[in-house]
Design a binder for this molecule. Structure first.
Ligand code: ATP
Length: 447
């Protein structure tokens, strides 16, 4: 697909359509008319999202010796958010248009004097600071003492467990705590499909370092995180690392860069990497009365570690992978030689929902048992799809639209030669592979 087509509204519509049609993402509570920008991940969407999170965990935890995991609670008491500063300042500026009554986030408007909905000029009310946290009550009594918040980020779970992890994990700075999980923000203007929703998933890591090393680690994590996206197949032309201007920086941050992706509507954030100094640990130490510091025995000194935080959105990133992978091309109709256009998701195999699809050429009673046998050998190794109805060409197209890297076709020859046809998603080249070699053949290509 030409580069210019990647920034058109048509691409956005095509991907959103494909998501519904093929079972990636459904509007939530659809049979009741949907519910305010919430979405459900369908049979293939759930696999995609799991693969995104798994790829992150693999690179951030499994392949390192200096990062450990955590799964903290979503509900937490006001004290946490008082200390973190979220109660006082996790707000967005909200304006109402007096003409059409629509609400907007002032800092996201192209022109702060023109309503993008009705075009009215200078129709906005004064901006009000709107706190984005969801408030609820824990227990049966709805009084002030029972107030709890749904976390708006996973990060605080890592800070408030700093001491627990330090004491139990045998790690010392520089080391990190990583977490993947749901976060909730009462966004004023959710939108752009799953890009901005009120309920979403984050992948965050807090990396605790000796203060003198913070700049060096900040730069390291900016590069590492950028590379994670390109390693998983996002083209460099569609990805950039953008350092924040001084006026964008939070008061505690001495450096923040965003990894941005070229979405159909322009460059937008996938992840923020921030040098947060000692802000978080110091704030929680002060409010809780616990010492949140590290005693370096070798140097005989005690210090509050500084924190480098790469904070990414899992659901937003899954969407970026879909946008980046979407492609259309003219191809010969397999076996018939006529021109046809096909849609293919060129997803990295690690991200693709299914790695392999097993397809008996027909539902013939002789082919089905062998196909089930092939499926049975591959299933323990890879997430597989199995599909035995419709013409084979249409089944290939379906797998192309799901991004399945390999299709394995069982035909009548298989019964004679104990071999199958393996079709490559991107090149559409077909190869004959002996059943005895199939698992090794696919493992080499997929793992
Ligand atoms: P924005 O300025 O877009 O509201 P942010 O800078 O406040 O986002 P962070 O607090 O840095 O976002 O969150 C880290 C990551 O979590 C973001 O880069 C994004 O990928 C994801 N994220 C944040 N808010 C949402 C949301 N409402 N829906 C989906 N993903 C989100």
């Amino acid at each position: 697909m030409p580069d210019a087509a990647r920034t058109t509204p048509e691409l956005f519509d095509k991907v959103v359509n494909l998501c519904k049609r093929r079972g990636f993402v459904f509007p939530s509570a659809e049979i009741y008319g949907g519910f305010r920008s919430t979405y459900d991940y369908g049979p293939v969407g759930v696999l995609l999202l799991r693969n995104v999170k798994e790829a992150w965990w693999r690179s951030m935890v499994q392949l390192r010796h200096d990062v450990v995991g955590l799964d903290a609670s979503i509900l937490s008491p006001p004290a946490v958010w008082e200390a973190s500063g979220h109660l006082a300042s996790f707000t967005d500026p909200l304006v109402d248009c007096r003409n059409c009554r629509e609400r907007f986030r002032l800092d996201k408007l192209d022109d702060p004097d023109v309503c993008p909905n009705c075009g009215a000029k200078e129709s906005f009310t004064e901006a009000r600071q709107f706190n984005l946290m969801f408030k609820t009550h824990a227990g049966p009594v709805e009084n002030e003492g029972a107030v709890a918040y749904l976390r708006p980020e996973t990060a605080q779970g890592m800070f408030i467990n700093f001491k627990n992890v330090l004491e139990t994990s045998r790690k010392k700075p520089p080391f990190g705590i990583a977490q993947i999980g749901k976060s909730f923000r009462n966004e004023i203007t959710p939108g752009n499909f799953v890009f901005r929703t009120r309920e979403f998933e984050q992948m965050e890591m807090e990396f605790f370092v000796p203060p003198a090393e913070s700049q060096q680690w900040y730069e390291y994590w900016c590069q590492e995180r950028y590379r994670w996206y390109t390693d998983l197949g996002i083209a460099e032309e569609q990805l950039r690392l953008r350092p924040h201007d001084d006026d964008e920086l939070s008061h505690y941050s001495s450096g923040t860069s965003d990894v941005e992706f070229l979405f159909p509507w322009g460059w937008d954030e996938l992840e923020g990497i921030a040098n947060r100094g000692d802000f978080d640990l110091t704030a929680h130490a002060k409010h809780s009365g616990e010492k949140l510091e590290y005693f370096d025995q070798a140097a005989g000194e005690r210090y509050v570690p500084h924190v480098i935080e790469p904070a990414a959105g899992a659901t937003r990133t899954a969407m970026a992978f879909l946008m980046a992978a979407y492609d259309e091309e003219e191809v010969e109709r397999e076996g018939q030689g006529k021109g046809e256009s096909r849609v293919v998701l060129r997803l990295h195999p690690r991200i693709a929902p299914y790695k392999v699809a097993v397809l008996p050429l027909s539902k013939n009673e002789k082919l089905v048992p062998v196909s089930r046998e092939v499926l049975g050998t591959l299933q323990p190794l890879f997430m597989c799809d199995y599909d035995e109805t419709q013409a084979i060409g249409r089944r290939y197209r379906r797998q192309d639209e799901l991004g399945t890297p390999y299709c394995v076709t069982v035909d009548f020859e298989t019964l004679e030669d104990r071999a199958v046809t393996v079709r490559n998603r991107d090149s559409m080249v077909q190869e004959r592979v002996a059943l005895a070699d199939l698992a090794a053949y696919l493992t080499e290509k997929l793992v």
